[in-house]
Design a protein. Structure first.
Ligand code: GDP
Ligand code: MG
Length: 305
């Protein structure tokens, strides 16, 4: 290469799919090294399509973490499936994540059916996760219960929590990328996604403190996200709940619960953004929001406008 030649740059989109709770967000966080996707011991914390962007000297990988594919139970469920499907068709590589510690579920089978339905499918990597839970002699046995569901996949064994096999997986992803531009520069990434990430972190803090009480009927809407010169960010958000009784629980006695959620969320957002955050939370009853198309749009679950 002569001195005035530009090195070749590679870029592309990697769609991450899999049943709820298999470790999609954990893997993305492991690769990206920061808290981009909310991780939770409960399924379905990640409800929106999220981007995670890895920029290296000669490549940029844009990870799209889809909400888990599952059998729709209400309108939001239906919508999430469409969302997941649309991003599959656009991918340069698909990571199909499964949990090696359990046998394939109906949801895993549904994922495989979606993959099988794609015309001109991009390369599919079957990522066998949570191998830290298994003796090595069982890896192949577990893989052989998943691979027949989509035999064209290339197999990787990883532990997303421990990082085992993640470097090799990333290497193969990089080798599968087409030549392409740097789609996003670092500043843009921060501005575009912090707001969304903040909403997810607030929701995650809610799930953490509320335990079983107000499970999936909790949505977070960011009302304001303003930079304050030199002193960090000001964020105002509304927590939408489905029932009047839930509102009381979320606020708690003397506002204690809301305060706790706010303080956990603020710490996490500060970690994510690396600067001070002023966080103001409100609670509002939005009856049956999960079945309302209008509410689904308003809370940011729609495809890009
Ligand atoms: P998602 O719903 O697919 O995004 O799953 P999450 O990333 O939120 O992970 C769900 C749960 O599985 C969390 O409690 C994780 O800590 C756990 N988990 C994820 N990856 C691993 C792994 O490699 N090993 C083990 N033992 N647990 C994992
Ligand atoms: Mg997730």
């Amino acid at each position: 290469m002569t001195s005035n030649e530009q090195p070749i740059f590679y870029s592309g989109f990697v769609t991450v799919i899999g049943s709820p709770n298999v470790g999609k967000s954990t893997l993305m966080n492991q690769i990206l090294g920061q808290k981009v996707a909310a991780v939770s011991p409960r399924p379905q914390t990640t409800r929106r399509k999220q981007l995670g962007i890895l920029t290296l000297d000669q490549a940029q990988v844009i990870f799209v973490d889809t909400p888990g594919i599952h059998q729709p139970k209400h309108k939001l469920g239906e919508f999430m499936n469409q969302e997941a499907l649309a991003t599959l068709a656009d991918a340069d590589v698909i990571l199909w994540i499964v949990d090696s510690s359990i046998r394939p579920t109906d949801e895993d089978k549904l994922c495989a059916r979606y993959l099988g339905a794609l015309k001109n499918a991009p390369p599919v990597f079957l990522v066998i996760n949570k191998i830290d839970k298994l003796p090595e002699s069982e890896y192949q046995i577990r893989a052989s219960s998943y691979l027949p569901l989509y035999p064209n996949a290339k197999i990787f064994y990883i532990s997303a929590t421990q990082g085992t096999g993640v470097e090799e997986l990333l290497q193969s992803i990089l080798e599968s990328l087409p030549i392409g531009p740097k789609y996003y520069d670092e500043d843009q990434i921060t501005n575009l996604y912090e707001r969304e990430i903040a909403a997810d972190l607030i929701r995650e803090a809610g799930l953490l403190h509320l335990k079983e009480e107000v499970p999936h009927g909790l949505a977070v809407e960011i009302e304001e996200y303003k930079e304050r010169e030199d002193s960090g960010a000001y964020i105002a958000a509304t927590l939408h709940v489905e029932k009047e009784s839930h509102k009381g629980i979320v606020i708690g006695k003397g506002g204690q619960m809301l305060k706790m959620i706010g303080s956990t969320a603020r710490e996490e957002i500060e970690k994510m953004s690396g600067r001070k955050v002023y966080l103001e939370l409100h609670v509002k009853v939005s009856k049956n929001w999960r079945d309302s198309q209008e509410a689904i749009r308003r809370f940011g679950y729609s495809r890009e406008e």
